[in-house]
Design a protein around this ligand. Structure first.
Ligand code: ADP
Ligand code: MG
Length: 254
C-alpha cells in the first residue's frame, strides 16, 4: 500500500507537470499550425515543399491530439450548466461518424432519460469522446457499439442518485495484464497511434464530479468486448468546482 500511495503521488505530480507544459506549448503550437497552413496556400510552392509541409502538419496534429487529451478539460463556462448528456453523446458520435461508417459499425442508442444534469459540457464531451474513440478503435469491422444513459444509484452508496452512462463494444476486450495498468497516464497498447491519456483524463474528470468509472471486459472468443460505465451523481455539489484552481487557466477555451 505504501508503495502504491507513493506511486500515485508521483503520477499526480507527473500529471500536473504535464498539464502545465502542454498549456505553455499550446499557443505557439497554434501559431505554427496557422503558419504552415498559410505556407501551404502559397502559390508556386514546389511539390516537394508541399509534401514536407503535409508531413509537418501530420506531426503537429499528433502533438495537438496529445494536448487535447491532456488539457481539454475544457470549460466554456465558469460554472457547470444544465446539459443533456444524450445531446453531448450525439455530438461526439457525429464527430466520429466517418470512422463509424468506414468500419461499418452499428451504433445502438438506449437513452432511457435525456440525462439532464449540471456539468461543464466540454468536459463531458471529452469523456464521451475518449470512451467512444476507444470503443471504435477496439472493435473490428461490422462490430457493434451501444451507448446507454439511465437513472441510477451509486452502487457503493445507494443514497446517491445520479446517471449511468455506458459505452459497450464488441471489440477485442481487455486482458488482465492491460487492465492492471489502465490507471496509468501514458499507458497505451497502441504504440505510436495511442497517447495513453484518454482513460486517465476521463477518470480524473469523472472523479471531480464525485462520480466513478467502472469497467467490465471479456476476451473470451465469441463473447469478447468491453463495457465502460460512468456513474455521475446528479445531486451534486461539484467537487468539480473546488478543484478548479490549479488547472483553471489551462481550461479556458477560445
Ligand atoms: P489510448 O487510446 O491512447 O491507448 P487510453 O487511455 O484511451 O489511451 O486507453 C488505454 C488503453 O486501454 C488502450 O491502449 C487499450 O489497450 C485499452 N482500452 C481502452 N478502452 C478499450 C476498449 N474499449 N477495448 C479494448 N481496449 C481498450
Ligand atoms: Mg484512447
Amino acid at each position: 500500500w505504501a508503495r502504491s500511495l507513493r506511486e500515485n503521488q508521483k503520477l499526480i505530480i507527473l500529471g500536473r507537470v504535464t498539464a502545465s507544459i502542454v498549456h505553455e506549448i499550446n499557443n505557439p503550437l497554434e501559431s505554427i499550425t496557422n503558419l504552415l497552413f498559410l505556407l501551404q496556400e502559397e502559390p508556386g510552392l514546389p511539390e516537394k515543399a508541399h509534401l514536407y509541409l503535409t508531413m509537418a502538419q501530420q506531426e503537429l496534429n499528433r502533438v495537438a491530439q496529445i494536448s487535447r487529451q491532456t488539457l481539454n478539460f475544457s470549460r466554456e463556462t465558469s460554472t457547470p450548466i444544465k446539459s443533456q448528456l444524450d445531446d453531448l453523446l450525439e455530438e461526439v458520435l457525429s464527430l466520429y461518424s466517418r470512422r463509424i461508417t468506414e468500419k461499418k459499425l452499428t451504433i445502438v442508442r438506449r437513452f432511457e432519460t435525456h440525462g439532464s444534469t449540471n456539468v461543464y459540457p466540454g468536459e463531458m464531451r471529452q469523456v464521451f469522446s475518449n470512451l467512444v474513440a476507444n470503443a471504435i478503435e477496439a472493435t473490428a469491422a461490422e462490430g457493434r457499439i451501444e451507448v446507454r444513459i439511465r437513472a441510477a444509484r451509486k452502487w457503493s452508496d445507494p443514497k446517491v442518485s445520479g446517471l449511468r452512462i455506458t459505452v459497450a463494444d464488441t471489440g477485442t476486450g481487455i486482458p488482465l495484464t492491460v487492465r492492471r495498468r489502465l490507471g496509468e497516464p501514458f499507458f497505451t497498447t497502441k504504440g505510436q497511434q495511442g497517447t495513453g491519456l484518454g482513460l486517465w483524463v476521463s477518470q480524473s474528470i469523472v472523479e471531480r464530479y464525485g462520480g466513478s468509472v467502472q469497467l467490465r471486459s471479456s476476451i473470451v472468443p465469441e463473447h469478447h468486448g468491453t463495457v465502460f460505465s460512468i456513474f455521475l451523481p446528479t445531486n451534486l455539489r461539484p467537487s468539480a468546482v473546488s478543484h478548479q484552481g490549479e488547472f483553471e487557466q489551462a481550461r479556458r477555451v477560445n
